[in-house]
Design a protein around this ligand. Structure first.
Ligand SMILES: Nc1nc2c(ncn2[C@@H]2O[C@H](COP(=O)(O)OP(=O)(O)OP(=O)(O)O)[C@@H](O)[C@H]2O)c(=O)[nH]1
Ligand SMILES: [Mg+2]
Length: 425
């Protein structure tokens, strides 16, 4: 299986690049519902160690990781429960599903994360308007109101500040960053200062036109959700709602483990980073997996891959699913496929985006029903073992009501298959 690192981790214009460390997640106080960051190989050093001291250091780190993984494994065997991995490429909604599980089954829901997400929401909104301004200028789209030019300059000056934000870790002050920037109040003040410019630009039909037409910009899915609500999120007393947290985007860098008790069964659920450069960290968690939820963003059918712009995002998803579904360690693992972001998928079809322009082998009508059946078939087709059941759900991961129903269905399937594989059914 090819889960090798791919070099050239590109800067993404759509994400907040914060290490999402769940170690202090106090929503997990109960015995069965807790989260922790799982030890990871260091991500800062590049290349290979080239002197004895470096080699010694690398070996010590590698041994420490092995010891930690071994200890984790022993602990897991002792604790038992169902081990479930959430896998899939970046931006498919893995962490969003995890947030829904916290909301539905965590003791404190998302309460312990509200403060952190205040900052992420602000960064998401600033990043979104910044990407739109860049797109407007690149595509030479005129502003509706020339007096907004001054706001374009203000947003242009944000670049350096956002780059500084992008290298910090949640909860850990980065010494390279001036205190003022890591201070939460300074961040809130910065957003409040930017709010009039953001609002004026978002209301300008030039920016709206950019938003609707420049699909190659890779604007985050929740851009309009936050930009429509700048006054609310700029309020000094602002506290993110559950929906805000579900919409907020922060890319996952570290693998994290979360314990949930669902219908009296303990689940150990692992959320991973989906970027190509992070997939090398998945493999150590492939032993003894009972179930995998594989996430696909159906809405990405007309988008290029972030890691490789020559490749279609959904094609990349098919390739990755092929590797996972046919992996020898997953022969007995229940495979659950979430064809996610159906709300955006539907919107794109209605706006005239054509599936057969990106998947020429598709000859059917461009309606929701026919195209989703086609994509479901394309994924199931990837399994070489024709007996392998793939349980498919069409999901809208930011919709808590829909996810509530889906989690119940998934739990029923996983428990039944688990009993069957242990000979109890
Ligand atoms: N509209 C809509 N947005 C969604 C849906 N699922 C996820 N999102 C949004 O998509 C963005 C990315 O979701 P994440 O859960 O962070 O993606 P991920 O797979 O964890 O990405 P990595 O951590 O980089 O691997 C977030 O802004 C979510 O709010 C959906 O079904 N509909
Ligand atoms: Mg994630």
């Amino acid at each position: 299986m090819e889960l090798r690192p791919v070099s050239g981790d590109r800067f993404s214009s759509s994400d907040v690049d914060l290490r999402y460390d769940m170690a202090d997640d106090s929503s997990t106080g109960s015995r069965n519902n807790r989260s922790s960051s799982v030890s990871l190989p260091p991500m800062v050093s590049g290349g290979y160690p080239n002197n004895r001291a470096d080699q010694k250091k690398a070996k010590a780190i590698s041994d420490a990781i092995d010891r930690s993984l071994k200890a984790d494994k022993e602990r897991q065997q002792k604790e038992g429960g169902i081990k479930l991995l959430i896998l899939g490429p970046s931006e498919t909604g893995k962490t969003t599903v995890l947030k829904q599980l916290k909301l539905l089954y965590g003791r404190k829901g998302l309460d312990s994360e509200r403060q952190t997400y205040c900052r992420i929401v602000h960064l998401n909104a600033m990043r979104a308007i910044q990407t739109l301004c860049y797109g407007l200028e690149e595509a030479d789209i005129p502003l509706e109101h020339p007096e907004n030019e001054v706001h374009l300059e203000t947003i242009g000056r944000l670049e350096t500040t956002l780059k500084r934000f992008s290298v910090t870790s949640v909860g850990f002050a980065n010494p390279a960053i001036p205190r003022k920037i890591t201070d939460a109040k300074a961040e809130t003040d910065l957003f409040a200062e930017m709010a009039p410019a953001i609002k004026a630009l978002w209301a300008d039909s030039g920016i709206q036109h950019t938003f609707k037409t420049c699909t190659q910009l890779n604007i985050q899915d929740s851009a309009n959700y936050f930009l429509d609500d700048v006054d609310r999120i700029a309020d000094p007393e602002y506290v993110p709602t559950d929906d805000d947290i579900l919409q907020a985007r922060v890319r996952t860098l570290a693998v994290s483990e979360h314990l949930f008790n669902i219908d009296n069964v303990t689940y150990r659920i692992y959320d991973v980073g989906g970027q190509r450069s992070l997939r090398k960290y998945w493999a150590p968690y492939f032993d003894d997996v009972n179930a995998i939820i594989f996430m696909v963003a159906l809405s990405a059918f007309d988008q290029p891959c972030e890691d490789d712009p020559r490749l279609n995002r959904l094609q990349e998803c098919l390739i990755l699913f092929n590797q996972i579904a046919n992996h020898k360690l997953f022969e007995l693992t229940s495979m659950i496929l979430f064809l996610n972001k159906i709300d955006i998928f539907q919107r794109k079809l209605l706006a005239g985006s054509m599936v057969n322009e990106h998947f020429p082998e598709y000859k059917g009508p461009n309606d929701y029903y026919s195209t989703t059946v086609f994509f479901q078939y394309r994924f199931i087709q990837q399994c070489k073992d024709l007996q392998k059941q793939v349980y498919t759900h069409f999901t809208h991961a930011t919709d808590t009501n829909q996810m509530r129903v889906i989690v119940v269905a998934v739990n029923a399937i996983v428990q039944r298959l688990n009993l069957r594989s242990s000979g109890l059914l």
